[in-house]
Design a binder for this molecule. Structure first.
Ligand SMILES: Nc1ncnc2c1ncn2[C@@H]1O[C@H](COP(=O)(O)OP(=O)(O)OP(=O)(O)O)[C@@H](O)[C@H]1O
Ligand SMILES: [Mg+2]
Length: 399
């Protein structure tokens, strides 16, 4: 695991980067006056041409009219969620021919529609096809196909019945069953395996946008990573990093990446640490609604993670009664290592997977989740079990 693993971290201030950030939905065309500070070198999106990417993938090419039919003309009540790229709709296709079918027949799909055609949106769309068209892994969401027609850019994915980890972790309400410790651990392990695969010699990809909203969940809470719009091919040859424009989501990006633009797999490991902290605490990485001094989760929580007796201050109070404190201490320790200020001191994702596998072994008692209530609240909605809800605007990083 490397010598640094047990070292404690110097504190630093993520938010004090001078970076521009913008609240609200992602507007890729917007940049701000401070962009010069973060603009390093822009690397080509991909060494393959657009034609090569589209031809080499085994994805189905959908016409716009097919996807209109599959989603019932992109009906508002089919919306599964909304992100910077656009809205995501539920749709139906035949399992074998993938032809659009009537709702309720065939298999469900998720259709992501770019709502603003611009160079950046097209680039993200192509990056998704480039990466998800090449890779298949149990912890990466399956891309079924795409549509490229006039100004239309759409992506068609397997439908993930339980939506995003973000929805599960942060939605609140007296009727809402909080995610159990066991499920949090399962999701953490699945997501870690997905990242470890991306970092492996086989894939050599830096994901760059690891966050809870990009972790999708199947019916068994198996985690699958989605959104490769910001992913980059990893370092090659003697290079230890890729220099790139700083992009990502505020609160998740590694400090050295923010300050230098140097991107390495360890930048993803830092983001993974932030997500672990979110799972541990049930709090968002950035939340301006928290008391002052607590807006940035990492800054606020880090001092508690270093002290075994104080970890409970960070722990999600909704986990009470699940007797998870000793495991929480181990998870806090792992998060702390991932959040090390010095990238070399962070574990690699294979090491993270190993630790999480060990922790998984320790999860003996499964807290009983009322299946009836779960079905009612999670599966009962018109959107195939997902709850689309407004969230505090994430601050996004711009080059
Ligand atoms: N394959 C899918 N199956 C089911 N629901 C999905 C699928 N893909 C996305 N969603 C839903 O759509 C929502 C929006 O996803 P999207 O990736 O567009 O944005 P985001 O990750 O929330 O934000 P950002 O643009 O910052 O990445 C997700 O949170 C999820 O609820
Ligand atoms: Mg996403």
């Amino acid at each position: 695991m490397g010598l640094c693993w047990s070292n404690r971290i110097k504190s630093y201030t993520c938010s004090n980067t001078g970076l521009s950030s913008k609240c609200g939905s992602r507007d890729w065309k917007t940049s701000s006056s401070s962009s010069s500070k973060v603009l390093i070198v822009s690397v080509p999106q991909t060494p393959r041409s657009e034609g090569e990417i589209l031809q080499s993938s085994n994805l189905k090419t959908f016409t716009f009219s097919e996807l209109k039919t599959a989603t019932r003309n992109f009906r508002p009540d089919s919306v599964l969620g909304e992100g910077g790229f656009g809205s995501v709709f539920k749709g139906w296709v035949d399992e074998h021919s993938l032809a659009a079918t009537r709702p309720g027949t065939g298999i469900m799909i998720a259709v992501k529609r770019l709502n603003q055609v611009g160079f950046q949106g097209h680039r993200e769309w192509l990056a998704e096809i480039n990466y998800l068209g090449q890779f298949q892994h149990p912890n990466l969401v399956k891309l079924i196909g795409y549509c490229l027609e006039d100004d239309h850019r759409l992506l068609v994915y397997e439908f993930m019945p339980r939506g995003s980890m973000e929805n599960h972790l942060f939605r609140r309400g007296s009727h809402i069953q909080p995610l159990s410790w066991k499920i949090r651990m399962k999701v953490a392990l699945g997501a870690a395996r997905g990242l470890a695969f991306l970092h492996s010699a086989e894939a050599k990809v830096i994901y760059r946008d690891f966050k809870t909203s990009n972790i999708l969940l199947d019916s068994n809470y198996s985690a699958k990573l989605s959104d490769f719009g910001l992913a980059r091919d990893g370092p090659t040859g003697d290079n230890s990093h890729v220099s790139t424009r700083v992009m990502g989501t505020h609160g998740y990006a590694a400090p050295e990446y923010l300050s230098t633009g140097h991107l390495t797999p360890k930048s993803d490991v830092y983001s993974f640490g932030v997500v672990l902290l979110e799972m541990l605490s049930g709090q968002r990485a950035i939340d301006k609604n928290r008391p002052s001094g607590q807006h940035n989760l990492v800054e606020w929580a880090k001092p508690y993670l270093t002290n075994k007796r104080r970890v409970f201050r960070v722990l999600d109070t909704r986990l009470e009664g699940q007797h998870v404190l000793s495991q929480a201490q181990n998870l806090a320790n792992l998060a702390l290592q991932c959040l090390a200020g010095e990238p070399k001191c962070r574990p690699n994702m294979d090491e993270v997977v190993m630790v999480l596998e060990q922790l998984q072994e320790q999860v003996k008692e499964i807290p009983k989740i009322s299946q009836k209530e779960h079905n009612l609240k999670v599966n009962g909605g018109t959107n195939g079990g997902q709850i689309a809800y407004p969230r505090p605007s994430a601050s996004l990083l711009y080059a």
